[in-house]
Ligand binder design. Structure first.
Ligand code: NDP
Length: 285
């Protein structure tokens, strides 16, 4: 068997075009563009690069972006004061607190302090709790939302399917599991202490990988015809690698997201969907 590859680049391009129109309509109706504040503390290179990528995505759809960078030496009180200003600013509709934060900063306290209506990353406990309870409105973290969208676009049916999620982070593994549970999958969440991980993976109709270990999942871990969604992005000497052996798994799976070009390109577009939803929510009062 040779898997159909789920083209994230093409989907992202199409969704960006659709979003461009929606952002233009919002801006025309309200006189301002939905705007995200990208909040960074310190000088981490990767986080600065991510911030630039978000800025570029914003420009591409007609969203506004505001970069807030505090020094590595910033205190908790200074960071909280800056965050409070963003919470109160009516021209800021989304807030993203980028990681890593310096050791002296209590990251969880910042997340808790953010206005949940501006939480476009879906990390505030109120949004996480609403997702758990399947009680809208809530913001879904962009990465699993993108994985789900790729599957939906490919016509994957969820009801009664066994979904195995490898990884239990708050931003990928857990929300992916909940999204599939709410679509009536039978869900197994696995992690580094799971016994017989290959065997559990082999029982999956839908296998979602959010591990961060290059090419860990091999072809013989995958049920023939399964849907495999590979969120992994690990930079190696041989380039960017996913969590599965892409070439091997492509021989066994029915559908597979490539790395690069699968879930990655869709993630930032999902973030823009969240930003538009946040701006609409705030405008509705
Ligand atoms: P985390 O490091 O937060 O979580 C990794 C998870 O994988 C943990 O739950 C961990 O288990 C589990 N794990 C690690 N090693 C093993 C193992 N040997 N066997 C089984 N489980 C294991 O990562 P994230 O969720 O933030 O990210 C996961 C991947 O997704 C990364 O490659 C990241 O770069 C990528 N990513 C991709 C995005 C995209 O747009 N496509 C966006 C965000 C992330 P335990 O909990 O037991 O430690």
């Amino acid at each position: 068997m040779s898997a159909q590859m789920l083209d994230g680049k093409a989907l992202a391009k199409r969704l960006r075009e659709e979003l461009k129109e929606k952002f233009a309509e919002f801006t025309a109706a309200h006189g301002y563009a939905p705007t995200v504040a990208i909040f960074r503390i310190g000088d981490d290179e990767a986080s600065a690069g991510y911030a630039r990528a978000i800025e570029k995505t914003c420009q591409g759809v007609g969203a506004g972006s505001r970069m807030i960078v505090l020094p590595q030496s910033a205190t908790q009180a200074e960071v909280e004061a800056a965050l409070d200003m963003l919470n109160a600013d009516p021209r800021v509709h989304g807030i993203m607190i980028l990681e890593p934060v310096p050791d002296q900063i209590d990251h969880a306290a910042l997340i808790d302090r953010m206005d949940p209506r501006k939480d476009v990353d879906g990390v505030h406990p109120l949004n996480a709790g609403r997702l758990l309870a399947n009680r809208p409105p809530f913001f879904v973290p962009a990465t699993p939302a993108g994985g789900l969208r790729l599957m939906e676009e490919a016509g994957v049916s969820f009801k009664g399917k066994h979904a195995v999620i490898v990884g239990r982070s708050d931003i990928v593994g857990k929300p992916m599991a909940l999204l599939l549970l709410h679509r009536h999958c039978t869900v197994t969440i696995t992690h580094s202490r799971t016994v017989d991980l290959p065997g559990v993976c082999r029982s999956a109709d839908i296998l979602c990988l959010a591990i961060g270990r290059a090419e860990m999942v091999k072809a013989d871990w995958v049920k023939p015809g399964a849907v495999a969604v590979d969120f992994g992005t690990t930079y190696t000497d041989d380039g960017l690698k996913g969590d599965c052996d892409q070439a091997g798994v492509a021989e066994v799976a029915g559908l597979l997201t490539p790395v690069p070009g699968g879930t990655g390109p869709v993630t930032n577009v999902m973030l823009m969907e969240n930003l538009l939803a946040a701006a609409e929510l705030l405008a509705a009062g």
